[in-house]
Design a protein around this ligand. Structure first.
Ligand code: ADP
Ligand code: MG
Length: 347
């Protein structure tokens, strides 16, 4: 069988790592990015630069690939749908539409008996002032937020200032007394056919992921429940590919699903070195319809995100044989920008 050429929308670190994993299993990739300097151009077989809403760009992309996946969820539904009419898009565009909006995402979880934090939708200042009983809380834009962007922490009513941009829609979420955060990365190949990585323990700093570790230090009941919920999510969505569910555990040991990423996830980067098959390879295998290989943990591991200028000393460092450094080759170092990561395995 001829292997398909996989189109990837988005050329950031996730698209790059997907393309790199594809190369190792002889899958050709075409990355489409609206940034001419996107890191993906160093990793993909072919790189197409252009705007996502430009017909010529999209047609060039469609003609260059056999099927399409994406590295980020903020792609307009209309564009994914249009591509899907010509070349199959996986995960399905409807799934992405559901998850890219925090309101429909949280409703989906609750409708499927998966607990989330308490929240209300906020369309204007009145909605906010009528729900101050949820404070302290976080006001999050319903769309386009990532790495804590588009969020306001509101401790009391006094924090409701005119800094809040009410041209946008939000959800107001009750702040949880966090004990721990974990994530479950799962790749679904078909009905009741998946590979699941054990829960990964995550530490955020300033709402950006900083450290991910396996194994996570959690009770058996939390472990089982988080995996059950992740399976339930992919089955209900009829999902194909890798997906991540982020969870909160509060100080009373309650589990809440925080959000779903319909894609590979930063917390799963350590799987490149800790497992025989990474989250990236599993994603590519699943969407391309390749054989599912039993995924096994080889080592315990810890991943450290290198944010902003933290990357600089690592660029000339000599590493031990249990340390794996990844430089995303972004042209510019910016504060709060994920520049690379280091994974240390326990041999
Ligand atoms: P993003 O889309 O930016 O990743 P998240 O909703 O995952 O947004 O929030 C980022 C981080 O902020 C979380 O991983 C967590 O550390 C913190 N956070 C978000 N919501 C809450 C909450 N309701 N209670 C406590 N901490 C929260
Ligand atoms: Mg998050």
């Amino acid at each position: 069988m001829n292997t398909p050429t996989l189109g990837i929308i988005g050329g950031g670190q996730l698209g790059s790592l997907l393309a790199d994993a594809a190369k190792k299993i002889d899958i050709q990739t075409v990355i489409l990015s609206d940034d001419p300097d996107a890191p993906g151009k160093h990793f993909a077989t072919k790189f197409i630069f252009g705007q996502y809403d430009d017909d010529t760009t999209i047609n060039n992309f469609i003609n260059a690939v056999d099927l399409v996946t994406y590295e980020f969820e903020n792609i307009p539904f209309a564009i994914l749908k249009k591509i899907n009419e010509k070349k199959q898009v996986l995960p399905k565009p409807e799934i992405n539409r559901l998850i890219q909006n925090r309101e429909t995402e949280k409703k989906f979880l609750n409708d499927n008996n998966i607990t989330t934090t308490k929240y209300v939708t906020v369309k204007n200042e009145k909605d906010l002032s009528e729900n101050v009983d949820l404070l302290p809380g976080l006001l999050k834009t319903t769309t386009l937020g990532y790495d804590g962007k588009g969020q306001y922490k509101l401790h009391t009513e006094d924090d409701i200032t005119n800094e809040i941009d009410f041209t946008k829609e939000y959800i107001l979420e009750k702040l949880i007394n966090l004990k721990k955060e974990i994530s479950v990365v799962i790749t679904r190949y078909d009905q009741n056919s998946y590979e699941i990585y054990d829960p990964i323990e995550n530490v955020h700093e300033e709402q950006i992921l900083k450290y991910s570790t396996i194994p996570s230090d959690i009770s058996d009941s939390i472990r089982i429940k988080s995996i059950e919920w992740a399976k339930h999510v992919v089955e209900k969505l009829d999902y194909i590919g890798t997906l991540c569910v982020e969870f909160f555990i509060d100080t009373d040991d309650n589990l809440y699903a925080n959000e779903i990423a319909p894609r590979v996830h930063n917390s799963g980067h350590l799987t490149m070195n800790s497992h025989n098959i990474s989250q990236f390879e599993n994603h590519i295998r699943a969407v391309c319809g390749l054989e599912k290989i039993e995924t096994k943990k080889l080592y315990n591991a810890k991943m450290i995100n290198l944010i902003g200028d933290e990357i600089t000393p690592y660029r000339n460092k000599i590493f031990k044989d249990n340390e794996f450094f990844y430089d995303y080759l972004k042209t510019e170092i910016k504060q709060k920008r994920k520049m690379g990561h280091l994974t240390i395995i326990e041999k």
